[in-house]
Design a binder for this molecule. Structure first.
Ligand SMILES: Cc1ncc(COP(=O)(O)O)c(C=O)c1O
Length: 386
């Protein structure tokens, strides 16, 4: 077929593949329960709908500046100031087609062939493949036995002269754990001392429970934003339930931002004008929507934890945020792919194998769907394993 070595080296996204499978089974009328999803079921914020409606009425949906419209960047700057305590200017921001493209822009902007990018396991399924897409070498650091958060010293020990960046996602997909303040502070110190970028994937940073807050890495930086090695990625996909709009963004120093703008200009020109307008509307609408979503997810988290506790041999670290849990099923079956296949076969429940996130023996079970599906889905898992 004459395909590139790069294309052939890439794995498929396990989560997107399972999403498709769940949708196909549902379309065939099978009684499948999808606990593998990655998006809230809520409708989009009113403000997003109104703004996109206005643009459609006007009949002009054109290219925008590569890094995003002034209106959206103004909202992103205000949002960043409110939630991170740092005020970016327009030259620090790139609006992208999803947080995923913002991460891709970053990787292409900083990674030379053979450079290393470190991230702790369990990690978001796309990190290793995205690093490979930038011709980099992914370096995953596992947590110690029985834990879900890697130690800062174990991460530091993997830094070499080829390390360009460390990627951190907190609260974490798939574990739902929030990295504590001490850890984030230490990572900022390490990165600033070693001249390594710290990319904070903050896509779930508002979806945190039990009165906790996900610490902002900017708070611990000793440098002004334009000299800082801290980069924040965020977007409207998760916190505003707008996955299909595909709007994310990066906040970074000006020199790095300029390089990211060049990358984006040659890859996609700009994110969709219609989606940018909608995202600005959502951000303007503010806290109310996110707080309702967050509160609902906290209740669903409680349901998931209560149902999983009925499986006596499952070990669970209570999720502190996101809409994922990452229970350890190894007492039942160590091979998570085998277990995921068995649950689909015997119970018609979709669950993502932990090995896809770099940690064998676990399954990722989402609680972003309907409460009754969480109860029924975990109930079916229990019956299948009993
Ligand atoms: C940790 C993490 N980062 C980034 C993304 C991508 O977000 P977006 O849909 O805005 O591209 C996801 C989506 O699942 C995610 O879980």
């Amino acid at each position: 077929m004459n395909l590139s070595k790069l294309a052939m080296s890439l794995g498929q996204s396990a989560t997107l593949k399972l999403n498709e499978l769940a949708n196909n089974l549902k379309a065939e009328g099978k009684p499948v329960i999808h606990l593998g999803g990655g998006e809230p079921e809520e409708k989009i914020p009113r403000g997003a709908l109104e703004e996109s409606g206005k643009m459609l009425d006007a009949g002009f949906v054109r290219y925008t500046p590569t890094s995003g419209t002034a209106a959206l960047k103004k909202e992103i700057a205000a949002y960043t100031e409110l939630h991170y305590g740092v005020k970016p200017g327009p030259k620090n921001i790139v609006a992208a087609s999803g947080a995923k493209q913002a991460i891709y822009n970053f990787l292409v902007a900083v990674v030379d062939p053979g450079d290393e990018v470190i991230f702790p396991a369990p990690y978001w399924v796309s990190y290793p493949e995205m690093v490979k897409l930038a011709y980099g070498v992914p370096v995953a650091v596992k947590p110690r036995e029985g834990e879900l958060l890697a130690k800062a010293s174990d991460i530091e020990a993997r830094i070499t002269s080829r390390t360009k960046a460390i990627l951190l996602n907190s609260p974490n997909n798939p574990s739902g754990q929030v990295y504590p303040e001490d850890f984030i502070r230490r990572m900022v110190e390490i990165c600033e001392a070693r001249g390594v970028y710290l990319l904070m994937d903050d896509i779930y940073n508002r979806l945190v429970f039990d009165g906790l807050k996900a610490p902002s890495a900017f708070t611990f930086s000793k440098k002004p934003l334009n000299e800082s090695h801290v980069v924040s990625i965020n977007g409207v996909s998760k916190t505003f339930s707008m996955t299909g709009y595909r709007i994310g963004w990066s906040v970074a120093n000006e020199a790095l931002t300029q390089a990211m703008v060049k990358v984006q200009a040659q890859v996609s020109s700009c994110p969709s004008a219609l989606s940018q307008t909608a995202a600005a509307g959502a951000l303007r609408e503010g806290n109310g929507f996110v707080e309702t979503l967050r509160g609902g997810l906290e209740k669903k988290r409680d349901t998931m934890v209560a149902e999983l506790s009925k499986l006596k041999k499952v070990k669970l670290h209570r999720p502190q945020g996101t809409f994922y849990s990452f229970p350890d099923f190894s007492a039942y079956e160590k091979d998570s792919t085998k277990l995921s296949n068995l649950l689909l076969d015997k119970a018609m429940v979709v669950a993502v194998p932990g090995v896809e996130f770099g940690l064998e023996g676990h399954l990722r079970l989402s609680y972003c769907g309907a409460e009754k599906d969480i109860i029924e889905g975990v109930g079916r898992i229990r019956k299948a394993l009993d």
